[in-house]
Design a protein around this ligand. Sequence first.
Ligand code: IPD
Ligand code: CA
Ligand code: CA
Ligand code: CA
Length: 278
Amino acid sequence: MKEQLQSFLDIATEAALAGGAELQRYLGKIEDSIIEKGRPGDLVTAADKASEAVILDIFSRHLPQHAILSEESGELGNQDNKYLWAIDPLDGTTNFAHQYPAFAVSIGLLIDGVPEVGVIYDPFHNELFRAAKGLGATCEFNSASRSPIRVSQTNELSKSLLVTGFAYDRRETSDNNYAEFCYFTHLTQGVRRSGSASLDLAHVACGRVDGYWERGLSPWDIAAGIIILREAGGMVTAYDNSPLNISSGRILATNGHIHNAVSKELMNTPPLSSWGEH
Ligand code: IPD
Ligand code: CA
Ligand code: CA
Ligand code: CA
């Protein structure tokens, strides 16, 4: 089983690096190809598509029997397949379109619905985060040697740094994360918003931030990050600390030490209207 997971990890790595090379090639050259997909601000570019094309080509050559759920091409193959790859060819499209350096390729394998292999490649910083169940989590910088990664040791909310994101439907729904963002800014040393969910998870895994929560996500945003974080010693659940349903759109991911505290405050976030009083 470990050999099989390792071979899946190798294929996912080849695909993520190939997708990342496409992103590097297109960076700063996509102005004419930026399209809004529906909601204002929900973009897709030639780079998303070019990255996805090379990734899908690698999977069709190496693992044609597996199913795929990829952001721009949707469902490929029977989605009830034991092996389902959740692929985000460019996570952080808005950043990419503005040449803001926080974007990645994210490729995760769900086996019977559970993330077991994950690769997140940040081509701008040349960082490659990888993990497979039971094999540990690593990061390679500038293609140099692979270092094991671990979550931070921070165990007090007041000493923690968190990261979050805002879903594309934030203008249309009152459940838009603004109250939580304010509340945790007040409770912690700070809250960041990177614009790339997969990098947020990778950065919890390697201890740069202590926790992450977000709503409105898709499996391709988080499948890889979940296994990388779990293998790095972190914890991933629903907001209320119950087992995660990867299709629910919501995730709470931390170093484990502050998990209960973040969950408790998430469930008790005061409404935004009360913030004038603080
Ligand atoms: C988005 C990014 C962002 C998150 C959004 C995602 P995309 O993915 O991960 O950080 O806040 O919810 O949809 O569209 O750039 O692949
Ligand atoms: Ca998108
Ligand atoms: Ca994404
Ligand atoms: Ca994307």
